[in-house]
Design a protein around this ligand. Structure first.
Ligand code: SF4
Ligand code: SF4
Length: 454
C-alpha cells in the first residue's frame, strides 16, 4: 500500500512479520519499521510533524531526512511511445513446427497446421531494423528467432537470415530461443554464427523428459545435455529458461542445483506455466502462486550458493521502468505469415488477443502499420493503470506482461493475473535479501535508471 494521502514521494508500506517494510522504489530505499516508525513516516508524509517529538522520534526524523525519504522523488520519465515505430530489433517467428511436445506449450507447438516463414519475409524484416539502426545512429541492430515452434526446423530460412544480417553495414546481434535438440551439423553452425541463445531446459531427466518430450514421445534430456556440453566447451554465451508447472514447484531448488552442477550456465530464468495453449491444465493459478514463491525462494538460496544468477520476469527491484518489456516499441515481431505483433505471446492470427495485438503487416520491405491499434497497445504503460497505482512493484513490474494482463473491455485495458501475488511476494523477498546484505537499511543507487530507452 502507498503510504501518505497527499501527492508526493512514492513510499509504500509492505507488511512483514508483524512489522512494515518502508519502501521508496524511486529513491531505492528500503528498511523495516516497527509500528511507531511506520506511523511516524505516514504522519510526516501527510505533513503532520509531531509537535513535541520524543528524543527517539527526533532521531528517527533526522534519519529519515538524511536518507531523503521525504524529499521529492527523482524523475522517472515514463517511456513515451516514439512518434514513429522504428524498431531496431527483429523477432522472427520462423515456424510453428516443433520437434518437441512440451506439455505446457503456450503455442501448441508442433500440432497446428504447419506454417513456415519464407526467407523473403525474414530478409525484409532484417532490412527494416538494420535501416532503422542506421537512421537512429545506434551502434547496431538485433535479430532474434523466437518460439511458437522450434526456429531451427525452418533451417534454410534461418541460415539465409543470419547471412543477410551479417551483410548489413552495422553489426547485428543474432540470438534465438530454442529447445536445444539439434543435429551435430546445426549445433556447429549455431556455435559459429550466433551471438547468444536462450535455451529452454527443465533440468533433471525425470523433469525434462516428463515436461518436454520429443514429438515421438521419447526423451529429450540427452540431446539437450549434449548441446549444453558443446556450448560449455566453446564458452558460448547462453542462458537457461526453466518452466515450472504444478508438479515441479517443490522441485525448483533441486532443479537449480542440478543445473549448477551439470551445466556451465551463468543465468537461469524460471517462469511459471501460464494459462495458454497446452499449459491450461498445469498452469500456476492463484492457488499455486504461493507454492511457486516458496519454491523460487528456496531455489534462490541454492543459486546464490553456486554463484548462479536466478531470475523471474515479474520480480526485478533493480529495474525502474514504466513498461514490462520493450516489444511494443523497440521490436519488430513478425509472424510466419507477415503479421506484425506487439507481443511475443501473440503468436498467430487465431490467438484470442490477435485483433488487438496484431498491428500491421510486413510487406514490400515496409511495415504497414495500423497506427491507432498500435498506439492503443503502446500507450498502455504501467503508470497509466489505476489498479497498479497502489502497488509497490509498479515501477518494476509496470503492469506485467501485456499478453497476460491485457483486457480489451477492462478498466485501463488491464486484468490482474495470478502473477500479481508472485510478483509482489518475490519482489518483497528480494528486498528483504537486499536489506539483510546492507545491515537492515538498503540504500540503492539512485542513478540507476535501466530498462527505459530514451
Ligand atoms: S514450448 Fe517450445 S519446444 Fe516446447 S513444444 Fe512449444 S514451441 Fe516446441
Ligand atoms: S500487475 Fe500486479 S504486481 Fe504488477 S504492478 Fe500491477 S498490481 Fe503490481
Amino acid at each position: 500500500m502507498r503510504i501518505g494521502s497527499k501527492p508526493g514521494p512514492e513510499v509504500f508500506g509492505i507488511p512483514f512479520r508483524g512489522k512494515m517494510i518502508i519502501y521508496a522504489p524511486l529513491k531505492r530505499i528500503a528498511f523495516v519499521a516497527n509500528r511507531a516508525m511506520a506511523t511516524l513516516v505516514r504522519d510526516l508524509l501527510d505533513g503532520r510533524v509531531p509537535a513535541l517529538p520524543s528524543p527517539t522520534a527526533s532521531v528517527a526524523v533526522e534519519l529519515l531526512r538524511k536518507a531523503e525519504l521525504l524529499a521529492p522523488d527523482p524523475p522517472l520519465t515514463p517511456v513515451q511511445s516514439p512518434a514513429e515505430f522504428t524498431p531496431t530489433s527483429a523477432t522472427l517467428f520462423l515456424t510453428n513446427r516443433c520437434n518437441l511436445r512440451c506439455v505446457y506449450c503456450y503455442a501448441y507447438g508442433g500440432t497446428l497446421s504447419p506454417v513456415d516463414m519464407p526467407s523473403s519475409l525474414a530478409l525484409q524484416a532484417i532490412d527494416v531494423v538494420s535501416r532503422n539502426a542506421v537512421k537512429r545512429c545506434v551502434p547496431g541492430f538485433e535479430v532474434g528467432f523466437h518460439g511458437g515452434g522450434e526456429p531451427t526446423l525452418n533451417w534454410d530460412v534461418l541460415t539465409a537470415a543470419v547471412s543477410h544480417a551479417r551483410r548489413q553495414p552495422l553489426r547485428g546481434f543474432v540470438s534465438m530461443s530454442s529447445n536445444g535438440c539439434y543435429s551435430a551439423g546445426k549445433l556447429s553452425y549455431i556455435l559459429d554464427n550466433f551471438d547468444g541463445l536462450s535455451l529452454s531446459f527443465d533440468g533433471p531427466p525425470e523433469v525434462q523428459n516428463a515436461q518436454r518430450p520429443r514429438a515421438t514421445g521419447t526423451s529429450s534430456f540427452r540431446a539437450v545435455m549434449k548441446t549444453i556440453a558443446e556450448f560449455d566447451k566453446r564458452s558460448f554465451p547462453y542462458g537457461l529458461r526453466v518452466t515450472a508447472g504444478r508438479s515441479t514447484l517443490d522441485k525448483l531448488p533441486d532443479i537449480v542445483r542440478f543445473l549448477a552442477r551439470h551445466t556451465g550456465a551463468k543465468r537461469v530464468q524460471i517462469e511459471p506455466v501460464f494459462r495458454r495453449g497446452r499449459g491450461r491444465p498445469v498452469a500456476i493459478t492463484a492457488g499455486h502462486a504461493r507454492a511457486f514463491v516458496r519454491g523460487f525462494c528456496a531455489a534462490l538460496d541454492v543459486a546464490a550458493a553456486h554463484g548462479l544468477d536466478l531470475s523471474y520476469s515479474g520480480a526485478r527491484p533493480d529495474l525502474l521502468t514504466t513498461r514490462f518489456c520493450l516489444s511494443t516499441c523497440e521490436a519488430l515481431v513478425v509472424l510466419q505469415t507477415g503479421e506484425v505483433s506487439t507481443c511475443f505471446e501473440v503468436h498467430n492470427v487465431r490467438h484470442p488477443l490477435a485483433r488487438h495485438f496484431l498491428v500491421g503487416r510486413l510487406q514490400d520491405g515496409q511495415i504497414e502499420l495500423d497506427r491507432r491499434r498500435w498506439l492503443r497497445i503502446a500507450n498502455r504503460t504501467g503508470d497509466r493503470i489505476r489498479f497498479c497505482s497502489d502497488c509497490f512493484c509498479k515501477f518494476h513490474c509496470a503492469g506485467d506482461c501485456l499478453g497476460k494482463t491485457y483486457c480489451a473491455g477492462g478498466v485501463d485495458r488491464f486484468r490482474p493475473s495470478p502473477r500479481c501475488v508472485i510478483n509482489q511476494e518475490l519482489t518483497k523477498h528480494l528486498l528483504v535479501r537486499k536489506m539483510a546484505q546492507h545491515h537492515g537499511m538498503w540504500l540503492g543507487q539512485t542513478s540507476a535508471r535501466i530498462g527505459d530507452k530514451p
